[in-house]
Design a protein. Structure first.
Length: 275
């Protein structure tokens, strides 16, 4: 764990304080944001990136257990001017820029669900398994100027488990136009009762099998959060990225027996090779 912490610290120092030595000068990304994958190098047509990331995160929503997870990264993209169609892992979608200050995105992805085995301490025992399900994600960002220094963001996630909404503001650091640099977002997250109870509710049947109190949540405020993203080029083909996320739950969520912690956190880094 000490070695992992040292590596993460070094990568963040590099991203924040050092200029990208191999930035793709003159190669314009769809938008100059570190959180938006863009493998096009400013050119129309097909592009492909493949890599992996290492994440240290909470075991499930509301958990006070943490663990390491290795996940694939990258994806297949096709760009046509201000539009990009992409396939990345379990997500298929489109994003496009309009009037130089609007970024729209729509994708179909999957909620991973939850298993009783996600808790090594047995804290999900008796709650049953939640299957993976499809979700539709719609997002819009509105920049205050064409430089994308500041923006507003709104996102809606809808599927068989209910609906979630996210609203916030963002700030970009660095002057690169190739998608490298870093950014910070501060957000407020709301959910309807179905989404809330899927994650933190306990039915009467689950209360009997788990020994936890029956819990029913209403819709409304879910959390406030902050996340940081960075992206940099190690050379012409290798790209490094990272993310840190902190989400503080609302009072109602924290009172659920499933919420063993008042917050959710994640930190991760990864590399992608651009073909």
């Amino acid at each position: 764990m000490k070695k992992l912490t040292a590596v993460l610290t070094a990568l963040f120092i590099h991203a924040v304080f050092l200029p990208p030595a191999f930035a793709q000068d003159g190669k314009t990304a769809l938008v100059p944001l570190a959180s938006v994958d863009d493998f096009s190098r400013g050119e129309d047509g097909w592009s492909f990136g493949l890599g992996f990331g290492v994440e240290y995160e909470t075991a499930y929503e509301g958990s006070d257990e943490f663990g390491l997870e290795i996940e694939p990264a990258g994806g297949l993209q096709w760009r046509n001017g201000d539009d990009v169609f992409f396939f990345a892992g379990e997500a298929l979608g489109w994003r496009g820029v309009r009037a130089n200050s609007w970024l729209f995105e729509a994708l179909v992805g999957f909620d991973e669900g939850r298993k009783e085995s996600d808790s090594d301490d047995g804290r999900l025992a008796g709650l049953g398994e939640q299957d993976e399900g499809a979700e539709l994600v719609l997002q819009a960002r509105r920049a205050f100027d064409a430089d994308w220094r500041y923006w507003l963001v709104g996102r809606v996630v809808t599927g068989g488990n209910g609906n979630l909404g996210l609203f916030g503001v963002g700030r970009r650091f660095g002057d690169q136009i190739d998608g490298t640099g870093s950014e910070l977002n501060v957000v407020v997250v709301v959910h309807d009762s179905e989404y809330a109870n899927n994650g933190f509710g306990i039915t009467s049947a689950q209360a009997i099998t788990s020994g936890l109190n029956e819990t029913r949540l209403s819709g409304g405020l879910r959390s406030v959060g902050i996340n940081y993203n960075f992206r940099d080029y190690l050379n012409e083909n290798w790209q490094i990225y990272g993310e840190a996320l902190f989400e503080y739950f609302s009072t109602e969520v924290r009172e659920s027996p499933i919420a063993r912690s008042s917050y959710e956190a994640e930190i991760g880094v990864g590399v992608i090779y651009l073909f």
